[in-house]
Design a protein around this ligand. Structure first.
Ligand SMILES: [Zn+2]
Ligand SMILES: [Zn+2]
Length: 187
C-alpha cells in the first residue's frame, strides 16, 4: 500500500471509530516499510497520544461545537500517526471553527495540548525531583510570541499549579506555542 492509501484507510477507520484497527494498520505498514527510517520523525504510532487526542478538550479551543471538535481531534490523531501535514487535508473543506485561529492552527493547538499534557503527566511520575514549572515561549522567529503569553515568562509554578497549555488567553494569529520547562531539585 502506498503511504497515501494507508493514510486514507487509516482516516476511514478513525471515522468509523475503529481506533485500534487504525493503530494496527499503521504499525503493520511501518513494519513492512523497508525504507531507511528518518532519525527525526517517530513513525510508530503512539497509542497513548492518540487516546488523549481523541478525548482532548483544551481550553484553547473552547467554544467550538462538538462536531468541529470531532474533526479537529481526528486531524490531530492523523498528525500523531505521521500523516499530518498539511492537517487541513483531514478537515472538511472550508471548515469554520469560529475561533480566532484558522483550522490548521486549531489542529496544532490540539496536538500541542496532548504533548504538553503528556509532559506534565510524565513529570508527575517523578514529582519529588521537580521543584517548579516554567513556561517557555515559542520561537521568536519568524512569528514572535504574543504579549499575553509573554506575561507568563519568568513566572514559576509548583507542579500541578501551572496554567494549561496552549494558553487559553493567547492572542497570536497562529495560537499559543508555549511549552513547559521543569526545574529539578538541586538545580
Ligand atoms: Zn500567545
Ligand atoms: Zn503561549
Amino acid at each position: 500500500m502506498d503511504r497515501r492509501d494507508v493514510a486514507d484507510a487509516v482516516f476511514d477507520l478513525l471515522r468509523r471509530g475503529a481506533v485500534g484497527d487504525a493503530i494496527n494498520l499503521v504499525a503493520r505498514e511501518d513494519e513492512a516499510d523497508t525504507r531507511p527510517r528518518s532519525p527525526f520523525f517517530e513513525t510508530r504510532p503512539c497509542a497513548e497520544s492518540i487516546r488523549m487526542a481523541l478525548a482532548a478538550n483544551p481550553r484553547a479551543v473552547q467554544g467550538v461545537s462538538d462536531e468541529v471538535l470531532e474533526h479537529l481531534r481526528r486531524a490531530a490523531v492523523m498528525v500523531f500517526l505521521g500523516f499530518g501535514h498539511p492537517s487541513e487535508r483531514w478537515l472538511p473543506k472550508g471548515l469554520s471553527t469560529g475561533l480566532r485561529v484558522d483550522s490548521e492552527s486549531a489542529v496544532n493547538l490540539l496536538v500541542a495540548y496532548v504533548q504538553e499534557r503528556r509532559n506534565i503527566l510524565q513529570a508527575s511520575q517523578h514529582a519529588h525531583l521537580i521543584s517548579g514549572v516554567f513556561i517557555r515561549q515559542g520561537s521568536e522567529q519568524p512569528f514572535p510570541p504574543c504579549p499575553v503569553c509573554r506575561t507568563l515568562e519568568g513566572k514559576r509554578w509548583s507542579l500541578g499549579e501551572q496554567p494549561e497549555l496552549p494558553y487559553e488567553h493567547c492572542i497570536h494569529d497562529m495560537g499559543c506555542r508555549c511549552s513547559y520547562e521543569f526545574v529539578y531539585r538541586g538545580e
